[in-house]
Design a protein around this ligand. Sequence first.
Ligand code: HEM
Length: 149
Amino acid sequence: MTKLLLTLHVLAAIVAIGPVTVAASMFPPAARTAQEGRLNTVRLLHRICRVYSGIGLAVPLFGFATAAAMGVLGDAWLITSITLTAVAAGILVAFVLPRQDEILEQLAADQAVERSGTVQLAMFTGIFNLLWATVTVLMIVRPGSTTGA
Ligand code: HEM
């Protein structure tokens, strides 16, 4: 059972977090070069980010189930990972997605998009990516854990 849950957890991370990472990273430069009437790419990138963020909820869901099955919910490495995952999700929901929305609206209304806006979005996206990459390292290294390799 644990193996099945862990497989689903890792699969969800690959299938959901991967597309968000790529699409969110491509969004700021795509928005910078978007021209009138050529918004489809930027819209699609935003849609991928929004839809796959939702699917990404499966990652902590299966993560908690795996942790409960393994009896490691109280481990320091896991509590740290859960905190970092929550911060990453918070940055995505509170900053990355709303700012993408704002930029899309400006582009759709033919308004000039400030460079500082896309730079700031790129910064939040970078922090999000760094956080979940750190969680992945923690999941594999599991510092202080006495179970497994
Ligand atoms: C609430 C958040 C999370 C919880 C509770 C959680 C829980 C777990 C647990 C219990 C394991 C099994 C570790 C072991 O084999 O001893 C695991 C493995 C793993 N997790 Fe998570 N996880 C979370 C978030 C994430 C995130 C955000 C990612 C990446 C995007 C991730 C990627 C992985 C990977 C790649 C493994 C396999 C590591 C290995 O077996 O070597 N997890 N997770």
